[in-house]
Design a protein around this ligand. Structure first.
Ligand SMILES: *Cc1c(COP(=O)(O)O)cnc(C)c1O
Length: 353
C-alpha cells in the first residue's frame, strides 16, 4: 500500500551537472573547468592557513573577500554580495528579486539551472527563442515581465553580447530587475558591472569557478546597487549566515589580488580556444564565435551524439545536451594545449573511421 506521508515529499527534477570521473588519464573537457591551477598566491594562503581559526565561525560579512572584489570592480563593499558559488548567489537572487506576479523571462537556450530554480521556488517563467544564429534579440524583452535573467556570454552557445545590448535591455525593463550572469565574461566577453552604477535594477553575478580555477572552493559574487545587495543579504541571512567559509574568504581574496596570473591564464585559454576553433572549422565543423572558455560546435552530416559517445570510449569527455534545437551540437571546454591536441587527434581518428 502507498504510504500517505510520501505525498509530502517534494517532487522535483534536479539540475544535472557535467559528469565527474574518478579515472585518471582522461581528457576532461566537459564541465568548463579551468585546466590551469589557481594562482600561486592561493596556494600560499592555504599553506599558511592557521587551522586553529576553523574553531570559530567565519566573518559573516566575508569582509576581506568583499573588500578585494570592491577594489577590483571599483565599487563599494555594500555593492558586493558573496556566496557559496554563483549557483548559490543566483538561487538567492531568484528568491530575493523575482517576487512579481508576471513570469520571469530568459532565452530558450541557456543555463539549464534556471528552470530548476523556478520550479524549486515556484517562480513562473517564459522563454524567448534565440535566433538561428543563437543571438539574443533584445526587442523580445520589451514585453512586461517579472524579471530578466540572461548569461552573457550565453551558455551553452558561447556567444557574447555587447554593452549596447545591455543598455537596450535596461531601457526596455525600467520596471523589472535584470540579472546578468557573467560566469564566462573573463574569456573575452564585455562586462556590464560599470552599468550597475547607472541602473539600480541591474545585478551582475560572477564566479571564481571558471576564470579563477577555483570550482572546488565554491565562491560566487554579485555586484549591484545597495538596494539590491541589501535584499540579497536579508534573504541569505534568513537561511544561512555563513555561506562562505573562512578558507574561501582568504583564498578568494588572494586570487583577486593576483591580477597578473589571472590575466595570463585567461589569455592562454583564449589563444587555445582560437586555435581549436580554427582547426575544427578546417575539419568541416560549424563553430560559433566564442567569448567563453568553451566552444559550441556541430557538423550537420554527422551525429554529434555518436561522436560524443565515441570520444568517451577514448577517455575524452565533452558535453552533449539532448535538448531540442541543439540535439546535434556538442560543447567542448578549453583545456591545456596538450589536452586539446589529444581531443583533436581523437576527433580526426573518428572522422576517418
Ligand atoms: C558555471 C556556471 C555558473 C555557476 O558556477 P558556480 O560554480 O556555482 O560558481 C553560473 N552560471 C553559468 C551560466 C555557468 O555556466
Amino acid at each position: 500500500m502507498e504510504k500517505l506521508w510520501t505525498e509530502n515529499l517534494r517532487k522535483i527534477e534536479p539540475y544535472v551537472p557535467g559528469e565527474q570521473s574518478t579515472k585518471s588519464d582522461i581528457v576532461k573537457i566537459n564541465a568548463n573547468e579551468n585546466p590551469y591551477p589557481p594562482s600561486p598566491k592561493v596556494q600560499e594562503v592555504i599553506n599558511n592557513f592557521n587551522v586553529e581559526n576553523l574553531r570559530l565561525y567565519p566573518n559573516a560579512n566575508a569582509t576581506e573577500l568583499k573588500t578585494a572584489l570592491a577594489e577590483y570592480y571599483g565599487v563599494e563593499t555594500q555593492n558586493i554580495f558573496v556566496g557559496n558559488g554563483s549557483d548559490d548567489v543566483i538561487a538567492i537572487a531568484f528568491q530575493a528579486l523575482f517576487n512579481g506576479d508576471l513570469p520571469i523571462v530568459y532565452p530558450d537556450l541557456t543555463y539549464s539551472f534556471y528552470p530548476v530554480w523556478c520550479s524549486l521556488f515556484n517562480i513562473k517563467y517564459k522563454t524567448y527563442p534565440v535566433g538561428d544564429d543563437f543571438r539574443i534579440n533584445p526587442e523580445d524583452y520589451k514585453e512586461k515581465n517579472g524579471g530578466v535573467i540572461i548569461p552573457n556570454p550565453n551558455a551553452p552557445t558561447s556567444i557574447g553580447e555587447d554593452l549596447d545590448f545591455i543598455e537596450k535591455l535596461m531601457e526596455y525593463n525600467r520596471d523589472s530587475i535584470v540579472v546578468i550572469d557573467e560566469a564566462y565574461v573573463d574569456f573575452g566577453g564585455v562586462s556590464c558591472v560599470e552599468l550597475t552604477k547607472k541602473y539600480e535594477n541591474l545585478l551582475v553575478t560572477g564566479t571564481f569557478s571558471k576564470s579563477r580555477s577555483l570550482a572546488g572552493l565554491r565562491i560566487g559574487f554579485a555586484v549591484g546597487s545597495k538596494t539590491l545587495i541589501s535584499v540579497l543579504e536579508a534573504v541569505k541571512n534568513s537561511y544561512n549566515s555563513y555561506t562562505v567559509d573562512a578558507l574561501s574568504i582568504a583564498a578568494g581574496a588572494a586570487s583577486i589580488r593576483d591580477d597578473d596570473y589571472f590575466k595570463a591564464t585567461c589569455a592562454k585559454i583564449i589563444a587555445t580556444r582560437e586555435r581549436v576553433t580554427q582547426e575544427m572549422r578546417n575539419l568541416g565543423f560549424t563553430v560559433a564565435d566564442s567569448s567563453a572558455n568553451f566552444i559550441f560546435a556541430t557538423r550537420s552530416d554527422l551525429s554529434m551524439k555518436d561522436m560524443f559517445e565515441y570520444l568517451k570510449t577514448k577517455n575524452v569527455f565533452i558535453r552533449y545536451f539532448n535538448v531540442p534545437r541543439i540535439e546535434n551540437y556538442v560543447r567542448i571546454s578549453i583545456g591545456t594545449d596538450r589536452e586539446m591536441d589529444i581531443f583533436l587527434d581523437t576527433l580526426k581518428e573518428y572522422l576517418s573511421l
